[in-house]
Structures are given as structure tokens and as C-alpha cells.
Design a protein around this ligand. Structure first.
Ligand SMILES: C[S@@+](CC[C@H](N)C(=O)[O-])C[C@H]1O[C@@H](n2cnc3c(N)ncnc32)[C@H](O)[C@@H]1O
Length: 390
């Protein structure tokens, strides 16, 4: 089955009426503002107003601070965001190779940051997971770009048990992140008659948790003939194994290491062996997105799907609030740029997904919900499900 007009319309209506609650929309707005304020704080701490008395590129500025090479990407995105959203900086030139000049004085953001934390807490305690994650990036900003460049990579790949709770909250507890898995589950239910699912980058389990909760509630667990949960972190795989085999003992499970940057055949995934490849906020970590998609295409049976619940760049050059922290990871900021379908690192825009999925040989690409249709009601939307059909 492919994405029908009916599935698209029903899914869009469900997002609008049920998933994107007033709290979700307000929290998204607040988190965006919070990021702007924390970036302002970085701007102040680094004395950027002084450094940008004459216009500079992000590379020049990063070099002045003694930051590691790819840190210019972090600096570039932060300054562009500040320019567009606060007017602190004047941005001149194309978005990815602009020069920046100090434009207006900033005020101390401390009081407003505190107000936003309170406002988010009033929407629900879990929403503060988003600001905690941004705060963590803010607190480790300079350290990660200068003194300990792999610090954030260790956190994101589960190699630092001290921060496991922070990462779990950031990916699963934060309702703004948690909704990605809810979206993926609903689309899978609409697409899959019955078959084997391979999940890639399953991590702390957001995708599987929503999918099985949804299917169990609908009495449809038997749709899943086998579920193969994978991640590059065996710590994550084993923790999920513990949780899910207990919660769903009747499901036929597979648990394995899988690196999406390596050929599928080398990793015990045979051609035409699965019906659906699922990933929640993981497909964008591929270094070469088209090669990864070609691997998915080969592993799928005819008519099979990739279903990627993703953060998307609704505006091609936008920096997501959580990238204040993620852009401190070498891996995140290095997933290659400069392809027509990937002008910026990591997250793709909907039109980029269409192009990449087409290049990988899929017969069809759909991005749900109808983002344009929802834009007037939810201008800050950021979540979509990308479906490629073989
Ligand atoms: C943003 S997390 C999403 C995790 C999970 N799907 C969720 O939503 O809770 C990205 C996941 O991709 C995994 N990952 C990172 N690099 C990977 C790679 N090269 N191959 C496979 N998985 C990778 C990470 O370990 C992490 O679990």
C-alpha cells in the first residue's frame, strides 16, 4: 500500500486536532525564544559585539576564538539565527557563506530565560526537558568547541552513562520530541498490512515504544511478524531489549548492532528481506543519505517502505533550537553539506527528502502531514514523517 490521499488527509487532521495541542504549539514557540536568548548569552560571553565591529565570516570568527575546524558551522548557524530572529547581528551574503557584523546592543537575557522556564513548567513539567537540553549545550558550549571537541559526541552516542538521563529526557520525555514516535506509529499502522520491520537508530526506544503501544491499543500487534531493533550503541540496544521483551513477550524480536553508514549486506540484513524500515530521528545522521537510502531500497521487498519520523527544516536554512546543543557534536555538524539535496548538515527540508529518495530509486516519496496546509495554524512546526515506497 502506498500513501493515499485519504491517509494523508486523515493524518493531517489528526496532527492538527489531536497531536499538535495548544500546549505543544505554545511550548514550541517558547523553546524557540529560549534558544534565541541562550544564543544571546553566548554572544555576550564571547564578546562577539567587539569581535564583530568589522564584518567577519564564521570561519574567521571561529579561528579568533581558537575553536576546532568544524566549529565554524556552529558559529555560522548561531549567528544566522540571531540575525534573523533578534537583529543583534547584521548578516550579509548567502546563508551559508555570509559575513556577520554586530548590529545592536543586547540585554542580559537571564530574567526572560527564567520566565520561560516557569511558563514551560506551567504547561507541563516534561516540557522543561527541552530547556534542560539547551541549558546543557549552553553550559558546555565553549568546552565542546575548544577544549574537548568529542564531549557532545560521547553524550549523543550513549558513551557517557552520567548523562544517560539527560539524553533520555531530551529524546523521550520532552513532549516535543516524543511526538515524533507517535507520528511514525500512526503512519506505519496506515501503511503496513503485515510484515517484518527493521528499526534503525532505535536508541532509547521512542519509535518502538509508540508503535507497540499504538498497535496493542488497536489490537493489531499481529501486523508485526518480526521487529528487528538496531542501533550503533549496544548499550541502547540492550536497554531496549530489556524493556520491550518484558512489555511485549509475544512479539518476535531481533536485537542487533547496525551502523547506517555501512553496507546493509555486511550487517546481516539481506536484500529484499524486510517490509518496512523505520527510523525516528535517526535517518538524518547518515553521512551519505543517498547511499543509505539505496541500502534501504535493496533491503526492502517490492512495495516496501522506509518510514522516517523526522525533524525537518521547514525553512531550508533554519537552525533548530536543540541544535544549540547538537551543533556541539562533531558528528551532527559534519554529516555532509554541499549536496543539492543537503545544503546544510543533518536535518533535511521536505524537498530535500523528495530529491534524495528519488535519487535512491524509490518509486515514490511522501512527506506527511500537509505542512503547508498547517502552517497558518502552527507556524513553528518542525515534525514530519517521510515515506519512501519501493
Ligand atoms: C536522536 S537519536 C534517536 C533515538 C530514537 N530513535 C528515539 O527517537 O528515541 C539518534 C540515534 O541514532 C543512533 N546512531 C547514531 N549514529 C548512528 C549510526 N551511524 N548508525 C546507526 N545508528 C546511529 C544513536 O545512537 C541514537 O540512538
Amino acid at each position: 500500500m502506498s500513501v493515499t490521499d485519504r491517509l494523508r488527509a486523515e493524518f493531517t487532521a489528526w496532527c492538527r486536532d489531536t497531536l499538535f495541542t495548544p500546549e505543544v504549539r505554545e511550548a514550541t514557540r517558547l523553546v524557540n525564544r529560549y534558544c534565541d536568548l541562550q544564543l544571546t548569552d553566548v554572544y555576550r560571553e564571547l564578546g562577539m559585539a567587539e569581535h564583530l565591529q568589522t564584518p567577519k565570516t564564521a570561519q574567521q570568527l571561529a579561528a579568533e576564538y581558537g575553536f576546532v575546524d568544524t566549529a565554524s558551522i556552529t558559529v555560522r548557524d548561531a549567528l544566522r539565527r540571531l540575525g534573523e530572529r533578534t537583529g543583534l547581528v547584521h548578516v550579509e551574503g548567502p546563508p551559508l557563506s555570509a559575513t556577520y557584523a554586530h548590529a545592536k546592543a543586547s540585554t542580559d537575557p537571564t530574567a526572560e530565560l527564567a520566565q520561560i522556564r516557569v511558563a514551560l513548567g506551567a504547561l507541563g513539567e516534561d516540557y522543561t526537558a527541552a530547556t534542560d537540553f539547551i541549558d546543557f549545550g549552553r553550559a558546555n558550549f565553549i568546552r565542546s568547541l575548544k577544549d574537548e571537541p568529542d564531549f557532545m559526541d560521547k553524550l549523543l552516542s550513549g558513551r557517557m552513562s552520567d548523562f544517560a538521563e539527560l539524553w533520555h529526557r531530551a529524546t523521550n520525555v520532552d513532549p516535543l520530541q516524543d511526538l515524533h514516535g507517535a507520528m511514525g506509529a500512526r503512519v506505519i499502522d496506515g501503511l503496513l498490512e503485515r510484515g517484518t520491520i527493521l528499526e534503525i537508530g532505535g536508541g532509547t526506544g521512542n519509535g518502538a515504544r509508540h508503535l507497540f503501544r499504538h498497535l496493542a491499543a488497536e489490537g493489531k500487534l499481529d501486523k508485526v511478524e518480526k521487529f528487528i531493533f538496531t542501533d550503533i550503541s549496544m548499550r541502547f540496544v540492550l536497554a531496549s531489549k530489556h524493556e520491550f521483551t518484558k512489555a511485549y513477550p509475544t512479539v518476535s524480536w531481533g536485537w542487533q548492532f547496525f551502523d547506517l553508514n555501512k553496507p546493509f549486506g555486511e550487517q546481516k540484513v539481506e536484500p529484499a528481506s524486510v517490509d518496512l524500515i523505520y527510523a525516528v530521528n535517526a535517518a538524518h545522521v547518515a553521512m551519505n543519505i543517498v547511499d543509505f537510502l539505496k541500502g534501504c531500497h535493496e533491503a526492502l521487498r517490492p512495495g516496501g517502505h522506509v518510514v522516517f519520523a523526522e525533524r525537518v527544516r521547514v525553512n531550508q536554512y533554519e537552525m533548530a533550537p536543540r541544535e544549540l546543543t547538537l551543533n556541539l557534536s562533531i558528528y551532527h555538524r559534519s554529516a555532509p553539506e554541499h549536496a543539492s539535496y543537503r545544503p546544510m548538515h543533518c536535518y533535511l527540508a521536505p524537498k530535500n527528502w523528495h530529491e534524495a529518495i528519488g535519487l535512491a530509486g524509490f518509486s515514490r516519496c511522501d512527506v506527511l502531514p500537509d505542512l503547508e496546509g498547517l502552517a497558518p495554524e502552527f507556524p513553528d512546526q518542525y515534525a514530519a514523517v517521510v515515506v519512501g515506497t519501493k
